[in-house]
Design a protein around this ligand. Structure first.
Ligand code: UDX
Length: 436
């Protein structure tokens, strides 16, 4: 299959690289000439494990290429994927679809045949209808078809998620388009046994939002249970294990922490609420989730302050992990931002360490000193706070930490360390959802 991928952001680049790895011929398009230039030199615009190698291998095999020329990529393509950004629109939380519609217009102007146009960007219900309208207005004689094919990959595990998905969802209103999509995903259904679910276009669009909202609800639920655990002397990790063993609940996405962040959950829950509001069908559980998660991030700052005795003026706090989760350099809606702000507002000075996120964090975090290692950050600090569970933090030398900290206090907002281990090193441990 000949595939054009419009947009080389997270989803576009990973999808393009993986499709070429399936054996398809893929051209990735971006307006940003610098980005394309760098990609041609195998410099990735994002940090994602395994991506540079995957891109290099497929470029070398002649299946993957990059261009700023959309017309060239669209020409003769069997399928054209729209994978441009859909950020939250300023002011109202609606998904900003201007990039999607602009891409649709440009594709329509350059169509040479009855290509399948696929929205891979996360788009509100009804966007496929609008894309279809734009295409048939500009190119009425080409017979192009529009399908929805949302992407469920997680940052940091993007390639694995793309190649071994739980399912692929395709929303199509047209038998020919359905067949093209079946061909594109054939390697997955053959080799990985991944079910491809064919549904209507609007249903497919809603599945993506409903999935992300459900996961956000699940995380927020266990976070609130964690707060209750702290009050009643229960252990949230054991509660999560106990409920997760019920197949109807499942063990995943039950790790209590400082609140969800990232490029998807915050933005997609807001966009879903807008759709619900526009259709006069309130989603109260999702509404509460958004509110609870927002306030949780600052509340985590207050938790650290409490652990440090209440008055932290003039004290110094070492923060480990800034990105919203490990294995990414993404700082979007990272809990670290609100936590650090709360600590600074209370008068503390901050030293921080992150394996990959410092460049992205620097403009967002004022008056923070960035350290070269977890130990440099911890030197003479009054508390050590783990905010993101990078693997590197799972094997810290706690004895050394205990020696170099001014106060031997470890606040572990990801519950990486068992109390006994911290205790052995002489550290006081404050975790999430544990009896104090
Ligand atoms: C998410 C969805 O998982 C993915 O399917 C979708 O395509 C995009 O959004 P991503 O944002 O990359 O992916 O990260 P994910 O691993 O899902 O984590 C999201 C947030 O939830 C992170 O802040 C993470 O720390 C938090 N989280 C996740 C928890 O706090 N506890 C958990 O148990 C799981």
């Amino acid at each position: 299959m000949r595939i054009a991928m419009i947009g080389t952001g997270y989803v576009g680049l990973v999808s393009g690289a993986c499709f070429s790895d399936f054996g398809h011929e893929v051209i990735c398009v971006d307006k940003d000439a610098r980005k394309i230039d760098l990609l041609e030199q195998n410099v990735m615009p994002i940090y994602e494990p395994g991506l540079a190698e995957l891109v290099a291998g497929n470029v070398k095999a002649g299946r993957l290429s990059f261009t700023t020329n959309l017309a060239e990529a669209v020409k003769d393509a069997d399928a054209i994927f729209i994978a441009v950004g859909t950020p939250s629109r300023r002011g109202d939380g609606h998904a900003d679809l201007s990039y999607v519609f602009a891409a649709a217009r440009e594709i329509a102007e350059n169509l040479t045949r009855n290509s399948v146009i696929v929205t891979k960007s996360t788009v509100p219900v009804g966007t496929g209808d609008e894309v279809s309208r734009i295409i048939s207005e500009i190119a009425p004689d080409k017979g192009a078809m529009v399908v929805s094919n949302p992407e469920f990959l997680r940052e940091g595990a993007a390639i694995e998620d793309f190649k071994r998905p739980d399912r692929v969802v395709v929303g199509s209103e047209d038998e020919t388009a359905t067949e093209v999509m079946r061909q594109i995903y054939r390697p997955l259904s053959l080799n990985q046994n991944a079910p491809v679910l064919f549904v209507g276009r609007r249903t497919s669009e809603l599945i993506k939002y409903a999935a992300n909202a459900f996961l956000a609800v699940k995380i927020t639920f266990i976070n609130e249970i964690a707060d209750l655990c702290e009050k009643v002397g229960a252990d949230v990790q054991q509660v999560a294990r106990g409920i997760g063993m019920d197949n109807r609940i499942g063990p995943k996405f039950l790790h209590a922490g400082p609140g969800y962040g990232g490029s998807c959950f915050p933005k997609d829950t807001l966009a879903l609420l807008k759709t619900a509001d526009d259709n006069d069908t309130p989603l109260r559980i999702v509404e509460s989730t958004v509110q609870v998660n927002d306030s949780r991030k600052r509340a985590m700052g207050r938790k650290v302050i409490r652990a440090m005795g209440g008055d932290i003026r003039g004290k110094s706090v070492a923060i480990l992990g800034l990105t919203f989760k490990p294995n990414t350099d993404d700082m979007r809606d990272a809990p670290s931002i609100a936590i650090i702000q709360a600590l600074q507002d209370a008068g503390a000075s901050i030293r921080a360490y992150d394996p990959e996120g410092v460049e992205q964090a620097r403009p967002l975090l004022k008056d923070v000193t960035f350290s070269e290692s977890p130990y440099a950050a911890a030197e003479k600090a009054d508390a050590l706070v783990i905010v993101t569970e990078w693997d590197e933090f799972r094997a810290l030398d706690l004895d050394r930490m205990s020696e170099i900290l001014a106060t031997p206090l470890l606040v572990d907002l990801r519950n990486i360390y068992p109390p006994a281990e911290a205790e052995r090193a002489g550290l006081r441990l404050v975790g999430i959802g544990k009896a104090a």
